[in-house]
Design a protein around this ligand. Structure first.
Ligand SMILES: Nc1ncnc2c1ncn2[C@@H]1O[C@H](COP(=O)(O)OP(=O)(O)OP(=O)(O)O)[C@@H](O)[C@H]1O
Ligand code: SF4
Ligand SMILES: [Mg+2]
Length: 387
């Protein structure tokens, strides 16, 4: 088979990857050659499709042994719902310890044995069972892990990036791997190295390469950008953008909201193990008046260019029992209702929010019923109720 894999990156421009080969769904991306600042992050021109991945009302807890044989249960994730669509990038942002990596591990079926997962995860409209997760892992669903410890310490870098391939495809894959490594400034000697010989930055670029080379339809990237210089950061982002343009669904977990906004279509905001808001990238502007949840506005206003406005307090501890809104203690808009029950999930202005005070600017014509993440919502003017 003739190897026509070719990758070109022009400085400051969106990455171009042309891989014309006979692998079913290998990257087959042609660049629009736009500067990354001009990458389109709106979903308006994209046709609304059925979600590739649907996470519905999941909760996750860990059983731990306290003193003696006494067992305790730590609730880490609760009432968490989100969707990932082919051709879109969903950024996941939020507090450290809010459950972002664990969500990724739940989708991939790599949770530790003391974890208990409830709720529903669907992939292509079918329940994603543990067997299915195992079958799809590293193939249709790929992880760019947060920790470089996920690399096999005893396996040569090149072999683990290429993975298991048929003998006749080996040469092409090797060539493709080398081209990708070249783009990431990973020299030929890296191919034969073991993970402990890599620097932190090199290891991270190796992890990104692993996802790029896979034929995944769903890519979950867990903090792929820390420590990257500006140019490599933009290149890495543009690879994810290209993957989405190539009809992959990308979940980009990051602390870097500004980086996320460069390429993402939607932003899911995590806090204390749940999603408080899913906003459109275009909602992040000015002083955040289009954002639906006080915590999302606080995150936005804490950015340097928005005045570093910090909010007092901290995320609830995992062993705290909370009957109402998880943001209650820090919220300046709270009322009595907020401490009495978990706020309903509402769909407002093309986004989703869990806040009693969130209302739409657009007043619906009349009462209408809709469904979001399995919850039936009855919408009347200035009011959204679960029915
Ligand atoms: N095996 C485990 N047993 C008990 N608690 C755990 C276990 N694994 C993770 N946790 C806890 O679950 C919480 C969520 O972890 P997770 O790694 O998903 O956070 P995160 O949102 O990815 O944070 P960060 O932004 O720092 O990466 C953390 O407080 C963590 O300590
Ligand atoms: S539900 Fe109440 S406490 Fe929670 S964010 Fe909304 S207004 Fe604040
Ligand atoms: Mg994490």
């Amino acid at each position: 088979m003739e190897n026509k894999a070719e990758i070109n990156v022009e400085e400051g421009l969106n990455t171009e990857i042309e891989i014309n080969e006979e692998f079913g769904n290998k990257l087959n991306v042609t660049s629009n050659k736009r500067p990354i600042s001009e990458l389109d992050s709106s979903t308006e021109e994209k046709k609304k499709t059925e979600a590739l991945l649907k996470v519905e009302d999941i909760s996750l807890s860990f059983t731990q042994y306290a003193s003696g044989l006494r067992q305790t249960k730590l609730n880490i994730i609760s009432n968490l719902s989100l969707e990932a669509h082919s051709g879109e990038i969903l950024a996941v942002v939020g507090s450290s310890g809010s459950g972002k990596s664990l969500l990724a591990h739940a989708i991939l079926g790599i949770l530790p044995s003391n974890a208990k997962l409830d709720g529903k995860i669907e992939y292509k409209g079918r329940i994603l069972t543990q067997e299915k997760k195992k079958e799809l892992r590293g193939k249709e669903i790929a992880l760019v892990p947060q920790s470089v410890n996920y690399l096999d310490p005893l396996m040569r870098i090149s072999d683990q990036v290429i993975g298991d391939v048929a003998e006749e495809d080996e040469k092409l894959m090797k060539n493709l791997q080398r081209k990708i490594f070249q783009r990431y400034d990973l020299k030929p000697e890296v191919d034969k190295m073991l993970p402990h010989e890599l620097s932190g930055g090199m290891a991270r670029r190796v992890l990104v390469s692993t996802a790029i080379i896979s034929s995944a339809k769903l890519i979950i990237a867990d903090e792929p950008t820390p420590g990257l210089d500006e140019k490599t950061l933009n290149e890495t982002l543009s690879y994810f953008k290209d993957m989405a343009d190539n009809r992959c669904a990308v979940i980009l977990i990051t602390h870097d909201i500004e980086a996320a906004l460069k390429i993402s279509d939607k932003i899911a905001v995590f806090y204390a193990g749940t999603v408080l808001e899913v906003a459109n990238a275009r909602d992040f502007k000015n002083n955040g008046e289009n954002l639906r949840h006080p915590y999302t506005r606080a995150l936005w206003n804490a950015l340097p260019q928005n005045g570093f406005q910090a909010i007092v307090g901290h995320q609830p501890m995992q062993d705290e029992v909370i009957d109402g809104c998880v943001f209650y203690e820090r919220c300046s808009k709270k009322n009595d209702l907020c401490s009495r029950g978990i706020p309903l999930l509402k769909e407002i202005d093309g986004g989703v929010v869990r806040c009693n005070n969130a209302v739409s600017e657009e007043i619906p014509n009349s009462d209408e019923t809709s469904s979001i993440h399995g919850h039936e919502l009855k919408i009347s003017a200035k009011e959204v109720k679960e029915v």
